[in-house]
Ligand binder design. Structure first.
Ligand SMILES: [Zn+2]
Length: 490
């Protein structure tokens, strides 16, 4: 009995010591974020927000829609918008060199006085996604009228991404009016098919290469400040430092065709069904690493105690942490390569056996993996099933991961923090942006639109009732104005 008591006492004291160790580690945990408080931010020029809202409303009325079928666009809408831009932003057009690439993508250059400095680049695309016909009646205000009501500008593109395009131009116009002359060259790239094949951004990257220009940094759309960030239920400014890769695999199974009244044991459709399950049952591993992990590590000090303890003691709680983050599809997407079967094709008629049946599986590849890993994993899943795998032509590996210690990062973070009121965390962008094309010609690429949205509000992007509040419009002109003045004066 005594021995048991002694063993229990020893175990208990070990347990208490271990618990104390975890608590101390949790309480002394430091965010790995670089200190951005040393950055001296130049003030933003005054921008008339009412007028900026009117300009955004006018921009929305141009139907610069990238259609699903490449080539179905009404290109006269871009021409009309370019004429309107020239009339509206006269100082920009008088002081910046404007070149067009791929027909409709705009590249504006404001020369700096010191040509030895690498330029910095702001991006915002001109095109928008269509409005699904069946949803048009659900809009509070028509999607292409640009109505200003209830303290917001309503319409397709008000956020994604004409909001940024207009805010950047308003800021530059105001800076020029105040006599601003940069030391470092500023380049603005307005792509015209970001919601499509990214030909404009691809041509812009070639323009940089041909001129031998390497950008110090690029800032494009991507992430925003989320007002109800899940683990904190509070604001977090998420700045994208990388974006996931993209691939589609076509699985094709073959079988004897013929009349469906005399089917063989193995049909193309049944084989394909087995193959789809074999592939989707062999998912990419989840891990706490890369930009998704960086987000957690940076927000940990602001998180409730148990979450903070799990992040501060990742070596112990990793499986729990993965379970917690992966509880939602959006969280899971940050931890691994996702795959989604999206399209199926087989017989055109109900009583005809198809010779082939095929499925499309869409992948979003986590940084650290490649298209080759995705194909390999699918092949392993399929084993010796008689199915072929073909990679779709729009495949691209994940982007490189940008620095979170460089001076441009600190400037962007200092601004996004709104005078240190908001934690700024690096993040992973799940969709593809135009800035991907510029990664080979830039040292760092950041993806952040300086607006505040709740998680539920983000569904208006590509959805219904897209609108830009005047508060968010002001946040943007403050951000871009100060960013250009700060980054351009060094
Ligand atoms: Zn966009």
């Amino acid at each position: 009995m005594k021995l048991i008591v002694r063993i229990a006492a020893v175990l208990l004291s070990l347990l208490l010591a271990f618990a104390a160790f975890l608590v101390v580690r949790t309480l002394t945990y430091q965010s790995p974020a670089a200190d951005h408080t040393e950055i001296n931010l130049a003030p933003a020029p005054a921008v008339d927000i009412e007028q900026a809202a009117t300009h955004l409303s006018e921009a929305i009325r141009f139907r610069t829609i990238t259609e699903q079928d490449d080539g179905a666009e009404d290109l006269s809408q871009w021409d009309a918008m370019h004429e309107w831009l020239a009339r509206t932003y006269t100082l920009v057009h008088a002081n910046l060199r404007l070149e067009k690439v791929a027909g409709y993508t705009l590249i504006f250059t404001l020369d700096g006085s010191d040509k030895s400095l690498e330029p910095f680049v702001l991006m915002a695309h001109q095109d928008v996604v269509p409005v699904v016909d069946s949803t048009e009646s659900q809009w509070k205000h028509p999607p292409f009228d640009g109505l200003i009501a209830d303290g917001a500008v309503w319409g397709r593109g008000s956020v994604d991404d004409k909001g940024s395009m207009i805010a950047i131009l308003e800021s530059v116009e105001a800076l020029l009016k105040s006599g601003f002359k940069p030391k470092r060259t500023l380049i603005i790239v307005n792509g015209h098919d970001e919601e499509g094949p990214h030909k404009g951004a691809t041509a812009a990257a070639a323009w940089f290469r041909d001129k031998g220009i390497k950008a110090e940094f690029v800032l494009d759309e991507g992430l925003v400040t989320i007002t109800d960030f899940p683990l904190l239920k509070d604001r977090v400014a998420l700045v994208g430092i990388a974006e996931k890769g993209y691939a589609t695999l076509q699985l094709t199974a073959s079988g004897p065709g013929g009349h469906s009244s005399m089917p063989p044991d193995d049909t193309a459709v049944a084989t394909l069904a087995q193959a789809i399950l074999a592939v989707t049952n062999n998912p990419g591993p989840m891990d706490i690493k890369g930009p998704g992990a960086e987000t957690l590590r940076v927000i940990a000090p602001y998180a409730p105690f148990l979450t903070r303890m799990a992040i501060a003691n990742e070596w112990l709680f990793k499986p729990l942490l993965i379970d917690q983050v992966a509880a939602t599809p959006a969280g899971a997407a940050l931890l691994h390569t996702t795959m989604a079967p999206t399209m199926l094709r087989a017989s055109p008629k109900e009583n005809v056996l198809p010779n082939t049946a095929s499925a499309i599986i869409n992948y979003r590849i986590i940084p650290g993996e490649t298209t080759a890993n995705v194909i390999e994993r699918a092949q392993t899943g399929i084993g010796d099933l008689p199915v072929t795998i073909k990679l779709g032509k729009e495949a691209q590996d994940p982007s490189p991961i940008s620095s979170t210690t460089s001076e441009p990062w600190k400037i962007v973070a200092a601004l996004a923090s709104q005078k240190n009121a908001i934690p700024v965390a690096p993040g992973l962008v799940l969709a593809a942006t135009d800035s991907y094309q510029l990664t080979p010609v830039a040292t760092d690429v950041y993806r952040f639109q300086p607006i505040e949205l709740s998680l539920s509000e983000t569904s208006m992007i590509h959805g219904i009732n897209e609108h830009m509040t005047l508060d968010n419009l002001k946040r943007m002109t403050d951000f871009y104005g100060s960013l250009i003045a700060t980054a351009g004066s060094r």
